[in-house]
Write a protein that binds this ligand. Structure first.
Ligand SMILES: Nc1ncnc2c1ncn2[C@@H]1O[C@H](COP(=O)(O)OP(=O)(O)OP(=O)(O)O)[C@@H](O)[C@H]1O
Ligand SMILES: [Mg+2]
Length: 273
């Protein structure tokens, strides 16, 4: 839950989840989340990613449970409120996303042996706010995308609740790998303004061969499906609202069985005509 008022943003983390898969935050868990958040914010600042000053508090709530509060200055509207209307504006936005975010994550010091990022991030356009001078700020630091101790080793954290193995794998790809972050940054921009897809691809240096995906052979990776949807949407003039509906259908928390997956492929095939 986020409340952005009187120039302060307040985010409250409880274990309540919209789809009813609630989890419990006891005092130890709340302190652990706070520590992860601080480490994550420090990691992003080390990479020179622009984020608002972030303070974290643990508070006791009803029923012996705890909540974590995140306080930040309110930066300004997020990217979704002003999709670029001109080629110049689209170019500037993509350049800012590349220089201020993608390239920073790609920095050599942010790679672990094996190729995954040490600190990942969620490239959703709504997670980037701009202030008067139009610089972009990453405001979303929760869940913290860093490596946490697990058993005798470490694992990348993608959500605060457990995901099944397949979803966990896709989410790690999305937040912690160079290809995943690039695909997701690009498709998020496409969902904002598909008319400027070619500019976004060009500015982000997206390799065209990655777009040669055979629809029938598409793996059940919603982010690959979105990439293809943007490419087809641009080529065949699919309306922005239809593309948005496609993104809603492919939200990662939706469980896509074989039937839904077949429907997604059929929709893409129909776009191609
Ligand atoms: N510091 C801030 N300044 C301005 N607006 C903010 C700030 N923090 C959050 N917001 C607004 O609140 C929205 C949600 O915040 P945030 O992304 O941190 O929470 P979230 O629960 O992770 O949301 P989501 O799941 O949609 O990513 C942002 O998309 C943005 O519009
Ligand atoms: Mg967010």
């Amino acid at each position: 839950m986020v409340n952005c008022d009187n120039s302060r943003a307040l985010k409250v983390i409880t274990g309540a989840r919209p789809n009813g898969q609630n989890f419990t935050i006891d005092e130890a868990k709340a302190n652990e989340i706070r520590e992860h958040l601080y480490n994550y914010v420090a990691g992003l600042l080390d990479l020179n990613i622009r984020i608002p000053e972030t303070r974290v508090e643990v508070v006791k709530i009803d029923g012996g449970q705890f909540a974590v509060l995140i306080r930040q200055p309110c930066i300004g509207p997020d990217q979704t409120t002003s999709p670029p209307k001109t080629k110049g504006a689209a170019r500037r936005l993509a350049q800012q996303m590349r220089a201020g975010f993608v390239d920073k994550l790609y920095c050599r010091t942010n790679h672990r042996p094996g190729g995954l990022f040490r600190f990942g991030a969620d490239p959703k356009v709504s997670n980037f706010c701009h202030n008067g001078d139009n610089s972009l700020w990453l405001v979303d630091v929760c869940p913290p995308r860093l490596w946490v101790t697990s058993g005798s080793g470490e694992k990348p954290m993608v959500e605060m609740f457990a995901l099944d193995e397949e979803r966990q794998g896709i989410e790690v790809w999305k937040h912690f790998t160079p290809a995943g972050v690039l695909v997701n940054t690009l498709t998020q921009l496409g969902a904002l303004s598909i008319a400027h897809w070619d500019i976004f691809k060009g500015e982000l240096g997206f390799p065209d061969q990655l777009l040669e995906i055979d629809i029938q052979g598409l793996q059940p990776n919603v982010y690959q499906a979105r990439l293809l949807a943007c490419e087809l949407g641009w080529q065949y003039g699919i309306h922005q609202s239809e593309l948005k509906a496609f993104f809603d259908k492919t939200h990662f928390e939706r469980k896509l069985g074989p039937k839904q997956w077949a429907a997604i492929k059929a929709e893409l095939l129909a776009w191609r005509g």
